[in-house]
Design a protein around this ligand. Sequence first.
Ligand SMILES: Cc1ncc(COP(=O)(O)O)c(C=O)c1O
Length: 415
Amino acid sequence: MSALPPIGLDPQAVLAELDDLRGGDADRRQEDWTKRAFMHAFDAGETVRAVGAEAHARFLDTSGLGGAVYPSIARMEAELIAAVGTLLGAPDGFRGRIAPGGSEAVVLAARAARNHARVVRGLAGPLEILAPETVHPSFAKAADLLGMTLVKVATTDSLAADPSAMTEAVSARTALVVASAPTYWHGIWDDAAALGRLAAKRDIWFHVDACMGGFLAPFARRAGTTVLDFDLSVPGVTSVTADFHKYGYAPKAATALLIRDVERDRFADFDLADGRSGYATPTIAATRSGGPIAAAWAVMRHLGEDGYLRLARQVIGAHGELVKGISGINGLEIWGAPRLCILSFGSTEIDIAAVAAGLRARGWHPNAYGEPAAIHLRLSPAHAESVPAFLVDLEAVVDDVRAGRQAPDEARAGY
Ligand SMILES: Cc1ncc(COP(=O)(O)O)c(C=O)c1O
């Protein structure tokens, strides 16, 4: 469409056009796609999808802005925050809010840290975010938006945050220290306990980005898997983010930002306080649909603890099998020691872009990225069924690449 139709179309005609547009998209509704896609998935099956979609539709026209007009949204948001607080070790008196996505929640946390550093610690001038080099790119976006500098610190050889190097890199301008639980790229859990000590000693805001693992780790533990401590139960952790739309299996996009206490939580608010407008908002977006909040609420109520535990077992099991299988394929190398849900692998012997092309040719959807090149896999519960077939194809593709039968394709590495 390059201009509005001169005469509006019949609803059925418009919906048919939408179906046509959708025809070229990846489709989570096709079971095979969720088993074969290692990106944009986080799918818990048809029933969970239907519960989320129905709740979203019922609350589509509500606004998360007006608690007075839509008390249902305010109530669901408060209940979700309370439930996430229980999962993530929040102390009495913690506060939380729901942002429309992980990147926005990260920006909110960084802004709160910056304002805290200015007001409480009396820092002035351009302030710094201190993070391991594996931190998610949304922190670069936060630094850009907030006039801060992102100081990236080299990791250990196993790609985890290096607490000694981070300590050395602390400056008089450090407003925020960051750890990941786990890292987006490699699925590595940073040592939040060590970084918490570093931050607490200097009264620096410490944010743990658990956008990826926040809803998985508590259930992984219940399933008997050891996970490094990462949440608000860790001394020194000031705030945590967790995405409902990843391992919470809710529709996109909703992210919980939890802050340790009310004193620090107020630094995440924006209140124009002009005495006229009443413009006081908990997120960057002012008007935001209540749909994703209602959908997250409905999915969490539907899945319950037993549902999340079952799904966590599937994800962790598939991840373990993949790590073992890929480690056994000559020429491939897993990066670091990934845990639970994500991994990246590359090769010093063969062209990994050609491996990605071969996997695509066999109907898989890996994510290729990076310098050096790597294949990045994020797991969904459905992979519990498809990992054996994936490993068979991967081994065959590696043979093809070695034998010169498989070249890279046109697909570009990307986020
Ligand atoms: C660790 C981590 N942080 C932040 C984000 C940003 O989340 P969103 O894509 O919802 O903005 C992601 C997204 O994958 C992530 O994995």
